[in-house]
Design a protein around this ligand. Structure first.
Ligand code: UD1
Length: 427
């Protein structure tokens, strides 16, 4: 399997193009299920997870066509047509590999009146239940049964009714599922304590472009008036705020000065605030965001929270950056119970991180040292690359399939700003 070799050296300088958002793309793609007309998505990132989702949609009889992009370009355009569905079953082999597959449940149920989706099972960053997805769908008229590891959801009389649901805790995935189902219900739905991540705003904006009626977009109270049918649309996926934040941490740790081209400051408030509190200069530019180091990094106290709080998807990258800060930082992970798998790897590189339950104390060190490392999830892998950019000697990051799930051509983008990084095939 391939590895990434990263050597310490240059302060990163220059421009990094930011791709379309993975987490948005994975909820926009299943919207193709909601209409028999073509849906064209632009600015889709080239990622293993997108390929996997495309494959899953093909299983239901959705045709997909990729056009208009050359191999050397970032991003691509995909046209999806669900003229007729040939299957309403998402099998275990596909769902197991990609948790986001659960996002077909709502739109499939709304379109076909039934959907059978394998339970996704656990994952490296903790137990990730789907009970809220199911409760929210039941609240808008679904009947749900579990059998042999599958969820079977049916809309009695072929159509969801709409209804009211209040989330007991904020869930991004469950909000996405119920919104995608409610847009075709035979009535109005009110979703309270909905997640309001920018990716959910992106989803709602696409649905409106397809003819849906949604009030309260961007708030935690969504009112959705169901429509008899939706139509096709052409839509550009928002830029990836987590990718942008990751490169911001990479620039800051190296003492660099980079422009994140395409990044949107208004979607990254908590990340920008945390970077500034650490002493990093962050400015909006005509094309994106400039991130520049300004002396030694300062320690921070950070707690992950649903948007607009500090994103759990940024925790590992900030931890890597704060390993080189002046003083002790305190990070608290409130979303997932097991999202510190990068800690032991960072410590092997000379970091001083101690975890106590959901809290990690990151004591700044004078230097990190390169080592062979591997990680068990996507953002954790990125934190090791960030540490590797300043660790003395060479860091060898293996299990690249995690990085390839979420960072489009990572090593190329870092090379563009002067990093000493390469991908090599394993001997
Ligand atoms: C979560 C993150 C999202 C991140 C993604 C990938 C939040 C609120 N969500 O989204 O920012 O991009 O991981 O790392 O930060 N839960 C239940 N039952 C459910 C669904 C969720 O108990 O049916 C719990 C989860 O265990 C978790 C919390 O709710 O503690 C939030 O989970 P959720 O937002 O649904 O997870 P993702 O959609 O994967």
């Amino acid at each position: 399997m391939d590895k990434i070799l990263v050597r310490s050296g240059n302060a990163l300088k220059g421009k990094i193009p930011i791709s379309g958002a993975k987490n948005s793309a994975l909820t926009l793609l299943p919207c193709a299920l909601l209409t028999d007309e073509p849906l064209t998505l632009r600015n889709l990132p080239r990622l293993a997870d997108i390929d996997g989702f495309q494959h899953l949609l093909n299983q239901f009889g959705i045709s997909t066509m990729i056009a208009g992009s050359r191999p050397e370009d970032f991003g691509r355009v995909m046209t999806l047509s669900a003229t007729r569905l040939t299957s309403t079953v998402a099998p275990y082999e596909l769902v197991r590999k990609m948790r986001a597959s659960i996002l077909v449940l709502g739109p499939m149920l709304a379109r076909a009146g039934e959907a059978t989706v394998s339970l996704p099972g656990g994952c490296a960053i903790g137990n990730r239940p789907i009970d809220l997805h199911l409760k929210a769908l039941e609240a808008i008229g679904a009947e749900i049964e579990m059998a042999a590891g599958y969820v079977k959801a049916v809309a009695p009389k072929g159509r969801l009714t709409g209804g009211t649901y209040t989330f007991p805790v904020v869930s991004v995935g469950a909000t996405e599922n119920v919104v995608m189902a409610a847009v075709l219900a035979n009535g109005t739905s009110e979703i309270k304590n909905a997640a309001r991540e920018p990716e959910i705003v992106d989803l709602c904006n696409l649905l409106v472009a397809m003819g849906a009626s949604i009030e309260g977009i961007g708030t935690s109270d969504l009112i959705i008036h169901g429509k008899d049918r939706l139509h096709g649309a052409t839509y550009r996926v928002m830029s990836d705020r987590i990718e942008a934040g990751s490169y911001a941490c990479a620039a800051a740790i190296t003492g660099g000065d980079v422009e994140l081209v395409g990044a949107k400051m208004s979607e990254m408030d908590a990340t920008v605030e945390a970077l500034r509190a650490a002493g990093v200069i962050v400015d909006e530019t005509a094309d994106g965001i400039r991130v520049a180091a300004n002396g030694k990094l300062q320690a921070l106290t950070l707690e992950t929270a649903p948007y607009p709080g500090f994103a759990t998807d940024m925790q590992a990258q900030f931890m890597a950056m704060l390993c080189m800060a002046d003083g002790a930082s305190v990070l608290t992970e409130t979303i997932f119970e097991n999202r510190y798998m990068h800690v032991s790897e960072l410590n092997r590189m000379g970091a001083d991180v101690e975890t106590k339950g959901r809290t990690a104390i990151v004591r700044g060190v004078e230097k990190l040292t390169g080592a062979p490392v591997m990680a068990t999830d996507l953002r954790a892998s990125m934190s090791l690359v960030i540490a590797g950019l300043v660790a003395e000697g060479e860091t060898e990051v293996s299990r690249l399939y995690h990085l390839d799930r979420g960072y489009e051509r990572l090593e190329e983008k870092l090379q563009l700003v002067g990093a000493d990084i390469e991908r090599v095939g394993a001997e």
